[in-house]
Design a protein around this ligand. Structure first.
Ligand SMILES: Cc1cc2nc3c(=O)[nH]c(=O)nc-3n(C[C@H](O)[C@H](O)[C@H](O)COP(=O)(O)OP(=O)(O)OC[C@H]3O[C@@H](n4cnc5c(N)ncnc54)[C@H](O)[C@@H]3O)c2cc1C
Length: 393
């Protein structure tokens, strides 16, 4: 049955859900607070569990153009650069899990998804529309916008990110606790780096209480750098909060020469820092006519690189649940039932990975890698999940 669906938020989650729902024949409109769909954020890693969905939307070819398939995951010591562990990605990931692993710029995926949504429905995205809440009755839901207008639909999807007003209305106030970590983020055009600077792998430098993740984007034209540091200074959770380059440089004093080369090549006015927070899991995230997806309901720390992947999975499963169930309330329960355990597991695993990345000494780092087994099955539960075919029960 064709439903009228309203979505709050045009991030990666809201756009993926909209594209899947439109493709399945529903009437979908997204309400986004921003005045334009602009380029924010930096690198994202997208594994098979998410790329299956992007392929299903017909985005396989453009994704392959803007993405980079890393050959391997390589772990190095922060000061000497000594390689202490390596496992294959790229072809091996695709063989094991049925779809590619890409490193992409968030803005590139966002642009592809927005274009897909607009191709399916020319006026599907309404900008300058800040959502402030909703009301629902037995047969419809009314979305309230800040300008006083009200939009009616059969179903509301809250995809309005970390500080979701829809989540607040469904689940109440969810407290955010500072983790003690901040993430520095920069991107550097490769022409500013020495020739043949780093191989096309995901490189992680591990040091006491901090680590760096560096990888290429945009067919190798841009190097993405994320530097995770422990700090008592709580700041904003934002893609656009800038901090002085000198502070960034000081945070990695004494680190390997390659790390210094990247930091020195950074745009001095383009160093962003995101303050990482924990939020407790929510297990009941739907009413009869409203539900949530993405960071609005299961925000996660970036230590497993799965926040956007989960948001992408959500949209595909929600679309299938609507197709499978006899009514909207049943579909929302089916969707939620099939998403809660998996997303809670991913969030918990991401939190647990913080310990792996923030060891105190080089000896501890070596010891933890000596025990690691990156065998074929280790991550099967995570990457072999295909939201397009997984059985919904
Ligand atoms: C440092 C860092 C590294 C990361 N790396 C990865 C990675 O490698 N791989 C990965 O999968 N994930 C990663 N993530 C997580 C990923 O970025 C997020 O999980 C993902 O972007 C969430 O998408 P979303 O659509 O749910 O939310 P958002 O992207 O936050 O989108 C929400 C949208 O809703 C809009 N909105 C908000 N409030 C309102 C309102 N009241 N009315 C209307 N519109 C509203 C916003 O403007 C925005 O457009 C990382 C995150 C961080 C911080």
């Amino acid at each position: 049955m064709r439903h009228k669906i309203v979505i709050a938020g045009a991030g990666i989650g809201g756009l993926t859900a909209a594209a899947n729902l439109l493709q399945a024949g529903h009437d979908v409109t997204i309400f986004e607070q921003a005045s334009e769909l602009s380029e924010v954020g930096a690198g994202l890693q997208l594994s098979a569990n998410a790329t299956h969905v992007l392929h299903h939307l017909g985005l396989g070819a453009p994704l392959a153009k803007v993405g980079v398939r890393p050959g391997a995951y390589v772990f190095r010591l922060h000061d000497t650069g000594e390689e202490i562990h390596r496992f294959a990605l790229s072809d091996e990931h695709e063989q094991l899990h049925g779809a590619p692993y890409y490193q992409v710029h968030r803005a590139d995926v966002h642009t592809l998804l927005a274009a897909k949504v607009l191709e399916l429905r020319r006026d599907a995205i309404r900008l300058n529309c800040r959502v402030i809440g909703f009301d629902e009755s037995g047969d419809n839901v009314r979305l309230r916008l800040a300008d006083g207008s009200i939009v009616q639909g059969d179903l509301l999807v809250g995809a309005d990110g970390l500080k979701s007003v829809i989540c607040q209305q469904i689940a109440g106030n969810v407290p955010a606790t500072y983790t003690g970590d901040a993430a520095w983020r920069i991107t550097v055009p490769v022409e500013r780096l020495p020739k043949e600077f780093m191989e096309q792998v995901m490189t992680v430098w591990m040091g006491p209480g901090r680590h760096v993740v560096a990888y290429y984007l945009r067919a190798g034209a841009l190097l993405n750098f994320v530097g995770l540091v422990e700090t008592d200074e709580v700041s904003e959770e934002s893609w656009t909060a800038k901090f002085p380059w000198e502070r960034f440089k000081a945070d990695f004093q004494g680190w390997h020469a390659d790390v210094q080369t990247i930091i020195d090549a950074a745009d001095k006015d383009g160093c962003y820092r995101w303050s990482l927070h924990y939020r407790p899991a929510i297990r009941n995230w739907s009413t009869r006519r409203a539900t949530l997806l993405g960071d609005a309901v299961h925000p996660t720390l970036p230590y497993l690189a799965q926040g956007a992947c989960m948001a992408i999975e959500d949209g595909a499963v929600l679309t299938r649940a609507l197709d499978q169930a006899d009514s909207i309330p049943d579909a929302l329960q089916l969707y939620q039932r099939n998403r809660v355990d998996r997303t809670v597991r991913i969030v918990n695993q991401s939190t647990a990975n913080r310990t792996l990345f923030h060891l105190r000494t080089v000896d501890e780092i070596r010891a933890s890698f000596a025990k690691r087994d990156e065998g074929a099955d280790r991550n099967a539960w995570l990457y072999s999940y295909n939201p397009l075919i997984v059985k919904l029960v």
